[in-house]
Design a protein around this ligand. Structure first.
Ligand code: NAP
Length: 314
């Protein structure tokens, strides 16, 4: 089968012809039609997990995908052949990923029926970023009327955070360069601040001189996080996807800090499907490219400037 893989950590991802996986007992073989790209894909190719996971090479890249159940192993009852599914197919220990024509997943793995009315290229864009958005907003415990700053709002996770925080009743301030300010408002932001146009804190304090209640941050490093945290009122919360907050330090200041880690699950995917089916969550696909162009797409994501999700057509 065709797959995008690396021959070693740090190598350029390349199109390879690799053996099609076979579903063992309790496993599902999915024929993938589309795969969604996330920053984690190039971070893993770079070697992010090299000290924690003993991966086989070539290592197939990619986590998010959507396709059709092709074959089920002995004992599988939850999903059947021909069903349209989406989810997270990454299994670094086995060298399995979604940038391939086929992937196997355990029956209890994070793969679920696709949202109704979605096509494969849309569904493949959902899992990682939207599960993270949902988890971030839950972790922030946002009450109605609270003022929340979303840093990295224009990206895959951020666009979901803006919609779900707004739906939870928050007053949302979203970071956006000029070209994305209108889109952010349409997704539910009440205000935007341009992170390329000077200090964020100064821009936020110009409107909210007494500070804000929460920050949901998808981009900042430790230093930037410490600076932005100065915006929080006593009792405020800072949630990051970049593990840049020090919860003990925050607690000592009467604040709450959460370093968020996605835990992909069938339940989370089913929750997302319900939100999508109800029209409460939209996922913008910015770019569709053929599988063979994955290396360029990954390089583009590394540079930045995402305005939605990039999806590979398999
Ligand atoms: N911990 C977890 O479980 C978990 C789960 C999902 C994602 N993540 C991580 O979360 C991060 C974001 O993921 P993503 O999928 O949303 O990435 P993405 O789609 O590539 O989007 C990143 C966005 O951030 C914007 N941005 C960059 N620098 C910024 C700044 N200084 N201030 C405000 N916005 C800025 C970018 O726009 P411009 O370049 O135009 O500024 C872009 O729109 C990644 O590091 C990813 O690995 C972690």
């Amino acid at each position: 089968m065709r797959a995008i893989a690396v021959s070693e950590y740090g190598a350029t991802p390349a199109l390879m012809n690799l053996p099609r996986p076979e579903p063992g007992p309790g496993e599902i073989l999915v024929k993938l039609i589309a795969a969604g790209l996330n920053p984690l894909d190039w971070k893993i190719a770079d070697g992010m997990l090299k000290d924690s996971v003993d991966a086989p090479f070539p290592l197939i890249l990619g986590g998010d995908g959507a396709g059709v159940v092709d074959e089920v192993g002995e004992g599988v009852t939850r999903l059947g052949q021909g069903e349209q599914v989406y989810g997270s197919f990454r299994d670094v220990e086995r060298g399995v990923g979604s940038f391939a024509e086929y992937a196997v997943v355990r029956e209890d793995g994070p793969v679920a029926r696709m949202p109704q009315g979605m096509i494969y290229t849309q569904a493949a864009a959902v899992p990682t970023a939207s599960m993270a958005a949902l988890g971030m907003v839950e972790a922030a415990q946002i009450d109605t009327g609270r003022t929340v700053l979303v840093v990295g709002a224009t990206g895959g996770v951020g666009q979901g955070v803006v919609q779900l925080a707004s739906r939870a009743g928050a007053k949302v301030i979203a970071t956006a360069r000029d070209d994305m300010a209108g889109t952010m408002r349409r997704l539910g932001a009440d205000e935007t601040v341009d992170h390329s146009a000077g200090d964020l804190n100064r821009q936020v304090l110009a409107v909210h001189s007494d500070g804000i209640d929460a920050v949901l941050d998808m981009v900042s490093d430790t230093r930037a996080t410490e600076h932005i945290a100065q915006l929080l009122r006593p009792g405020g919360t800072y949630v990051t996807t970049t593990w840049s907050v020090n919860p003990d330090l925050m607690e000592a200041k009467g604040l709450r800090g959460v370093n968020f880690e996605n835990e992909p699950s069938v339940e989370a995917l089913d929750g997302l499907s319900d939100l999508i089916d109800a029209g409460a969550l939209r996922v913008r696909v910015e770019r569709e490219v053929p599988l063979a162009d994955a290396a360029d797409a990954l390089a583009g994501n590394r540079i930045g400037g995402a305005r939605g999700k990039t999806v590979l057509r398999i």
